[in-house]
Design a protein around this ligand. Structure first.
Ligand SMILES: Cc1cc2nc3c(=O)[nH]c(=O)nc-3n(C[C@H](O)[C@H](O)[C@H](O)COP(=O)(O)OP(=O)(O)OC[C@H]3O[C@@H](n4cnc5c(N)ncnc54)[C@H](O)[C@@H]3O)c2cc1C
Length: 387
């Protein structure tokens, strides 16, 4: 039983998703019996986002299956839930967070876990059928529209755009995937591995338009009917999904005095200011900001521990996965743009393989293509693990 932080203290967590929920769970698991309040803008109890662009989009999972905890487990946490309400202001001097209904919630420790909001193209119009994907409501609306669509354009071939393209194609729709980079997922994978992703999508019949930029969206009677590329070419679509990345949800923290350059800047303990912590997609630790589910969980465990007095700096090898068609692509570490890719099991043309990203003598990342066991073993070769 933890005794260092008394029951008189109260912890306020803003953002009721995987990061915020995990902080609450770990605090309770470790015996913290003070007050915990969890504020979330969405009206739903905490749910998992990765299935939204996969099983929920294609309809193979009902929405309820994404719930992170059942009702009994949520009740058992002894947390005060404030769902469907948005934090609008942080007064650090007074240790109070203001909500959009005028309520003011005091705290002794604040955890910021507000994640990201989708980025839009400059001047992006508001049209029916022109969508983004971040929440379960977005996913269900998109799933509904996919049923009536024949042609879909996906703008942005990052991880999310590639998953949406794969999902729409699996449903039998005509799909065009557009991105200004020379290959899909180039930011995460570099051009060489990105080319393998392009080949996979083309093999499934997706029209992959790399090195292509959107000039404008077109529509009639308030509904999108396609887009125009900078070269003047027009692509018709009943539905356009913009997946060009997301930005940290820090608008409510403006004026708080926190450093908000690319997320909430924290130290290695996850602390942004005395008594204020950040976790997950919104948090920028000294090692950088990472957008992945595993990272959100690991940081939440570390920050809950530090709230309880662990004083342990967070360190981790970043990990993410993506599912596209029958391919599970897993990456441990970070692939640098000048890294060399060396296949250690299988080869690019093979059905499944494992590769290492290397820079000089350093192994920076382990990459697995339909090879979960192999990539788990290869991870041990990442140089940072042996320091
Ligand atoms: C469609 C999709 C698919 C993904 N697939 C993968 C995958 O395959 N693999 C992987 O590793 N990662 C994946 N991710 C990323 C992963 O889901 C995120 O890294 C993870 O959800 C981050 O958790 P978080 O708690 O930091 O933030 P989030 O999950 O973004 O939650 C933040 C919460 O805070 C709330 N909030 C924001 N502002 C306020 C405010 N002012 N007041 C109150 N509440 C607020 C938001 O409404 C939201 O509910 C995916 C993400 C998406 C959107």
């Amino acid at each position: 039983m933890f005794t260092g932080l008394g029951a008189a203290l109260n912890v306020l967590i803003v953002g009721a998703s995987i990061g915020g929920l995990t902080v609450a769970e770990v605090l309770r698991r470790r015996g913290f019996d003070g007050a915990i309040t969890l504020v979330g803008e969405e009206r739903h109890p905490p749910y998992d986002r990765p299935p939204l662009s996969k099983q929920v989009l294609t309809g193979s999972w009902p929405a309820e299956r994404t719930r992170l905890l059942g009702s009994d487990a949520l009740d058992g946490l002894g947390v005060e839930w404030v769902l469907g309400r948005r934090a609008v202001h942080l007064d650090r001097g007074g240790r109070v967070v203001a909500l959009d209904d005028g309520r003011r919630l005091p705290y002794d420790r604040l955890v910021i876990a507000t994640g990201l909001t989708p980025r839009l193209l400059p001047g992006q119009p508001v049209l029916d059928g022109l969508r983004t994907l971040r929440t379960i409501d977005d996913a269900l609306a998109l799933r509904g529209e996919l049923k009536d669509a024949a042609r879909v354009a996906v703008v942005g071939a990052g991880v999310l755009g590639c998953e949406v393209a794969a999902g729409a194609r699996t449903l039998g729709l005509e799909v065009t995937l557009v991105d200004p980079a020379p290959a899909p997922m180039a930011r995460h994978l570099g051009a060489r591995l990105g080319a393998l992703v392009a080949r996979t999508h083309r093999g499934h019949g997706v029209d992959v338009r790399v090195s292509s930029e959107v000039h404008a969206f077109t529509g009639t009677a308030g509904r999108v009917d396609g887009l125009e590329l900078t070269g003047g070419e027009k692509i018709r679509a009943d539905l356009v999904i913009v997946t060009i990345g997301a930005i940290p949800a820090t608008g409510w923290l403006i004026g708080s005095g926190l450093d908000l350059s690319d997320g909430v800047t924290c130290d290695a303990y996850g602390q942004a200011a005395p008594g204020v912590y950040a976790v997950g997609d919104v948090a920028r630790f000294p090692t950088g900001r990472v957008e992945s589910r595993t990272n959100a969980t690991e940081q939440a465990v570390a920050v809950a521990g530090n709230i309880l007095g662990d004083e342990r700096p967070f360190s981790s090898i970043p990990y993410f996965w993506t599912d596209q068609y029958d391919v599970k692509l897993q990456i441990h570490g970070r692939i640098g743009h000048d890294d060399r890719i060396r296949w250690i099991e299988g080869e690019p043309g093979a059905g499944r393989w494992v590769a290492l990203a290397e820079n000089g003598d350093e192994v920076t990342a382990a990459i697995g293509w339909k090879h979960a066991r192999g990539v788990r073993l290869a991870r041990e070769q990442i140089s940072a693990l042996s320091r």
